[in-house]
Each structure stands twice: as structure tokens, then as C-alpha cells.
Design a protein around this ligand. Sequence first.
Ligand code: COA
Length: 167
Amino acid sequence: MSIEFSLFDPAKAYGGRKQFDCAHTVINKFVHDSLVSQVKRQLSVAYVLTESDQNDRFVGFFTMAHHAIDASSLSKLQLGSLPRMVPCARLIMLGVDQNFKHQKLGSRLMKQALAITKESSSRMGCYGLYLDADPGAVGFYQKLGFALLEGDKNPEPSPMFITMRSI
Ligand SMILES: CC(C)(COP(=O)(O)OP(=O)(O)OC[C@H]1O[C@@H](n2cnc3c(N)ncnc32)[C@H](O)[C@@H]1OP(=O)(O)O)[C@@H](O)C(=O)NCCC(=O)NCCS
């Protein structure tokens, strides 16, 4: 089984994209119905893991975009003085098909997302990577170095952040 990472091409037919199932209803629906148009309209960029020897089967993905967050959201991280709006990257969606879970593919996708964030920061101001975590995925992101932005309020979803200097 050879699983490859690449930029998502909205003009390309990926095997099984319409059957993608990461056990998260909103993310599944996004992949089935909205991913192609979002990328075509340049509202986000997507990256995929595909099984190259299986008709480029759609195995996992994430989407990213530019973002800015209010510095007050970062106060818990004690980062010192910051401008009111802090430029960053945002991970919008992430999912790995249930048939491929627990094979470190989610981590592989996230390492790529962090590398892209780092590369962007060398060309445009970018203080870190922001995401709204599903409560069930907070532990997954914490293992990668993300910090929860809201103490123990446990909002749904949970905003999380990793600074460039931690990447
Ligand atoms: C979250 C998700 C992307 C993880 O993908 P995965 O390929 O199964 O994860 P990995 O195999 O890379 O796991 C890496 C580590 O995180 C842990 N982990 C995985 N999912 C976790 C979770 N939901 N909570 C806590 N830890 C988790 C694994 O046990 C593993 O730990 P280890 O390094 O100590 O062995 C996947 O479960 C998924 O698609 N979930 C549904 C969609 C979703 O919740 N997306 C995120 C929305 S913000």
C-alpha cells in the first residue's frame, strides 16, 4: 500500500471521494459536497493523502487558509505584547478515512500542515497555526504541541494554537 501526499486538484477525479467517511458528519459532508468548490473559489487550499495504486483513492485531507486572531485570545499563552490582530494560518478541516485510522496518517497530514505554515511565515507574516478542534480531537492536537486557548471552559469547538517558535 503506497500512500502519497499531494496538493488537492479540484479538476481531478479521486477514487472514493464521495464515499469518504472519517466518522464526522460535517467533515464527511464537506468532502462530498463542498471541497471542490471551496478550492476552486480559492477560499482554502487542500492537501490530500491518496492510495496511488488504488485509483488515487481519497484517504485523508486537510484544508488551510490565511487567518487573523484577536490578540486577547492568545493571552493565556503569555506571549508578551502583540498587535490587536495577529496574523496566522488556519487549519480549517482535517480528516482520515475510518479504514485508515491509527496508522499515523493524521499525524503525517498535520506535520505537512505545520511545514506549510513554517514555509508561509518566511514569505508573509504568520505567527502560528490556529484551529477550532472538535472536542474529541483535542488530545490528538495536544500531542502535536497545540495549546488550548480557553482554560477549562471546554467550548465546542475548542480553539487551539501553536506558535511558529514551537513548530
Ligand atoms: C483525528 C484524526 C485526524 C486522527 O487521525 P489518525 O490517523 O487516526 O491519527 P494518528 O494515527 O496519526 O494518531 C496520532 C496519535 O494521536 C492519537 N490520537 C488519534 N486520534 C486521537 C483523538 N481523537 N484523541 C486523542 N488522541 C488521538 C493516537 O493514539 C496517536 O497517539 P500515539 O502517537 O501516542 O500513538 C482522525 O481520527 C479523524 O479523521 N477524526 C474525525 C475527524 C476529526 O475529528 N477531525 C478533526 C476535527 S478538528
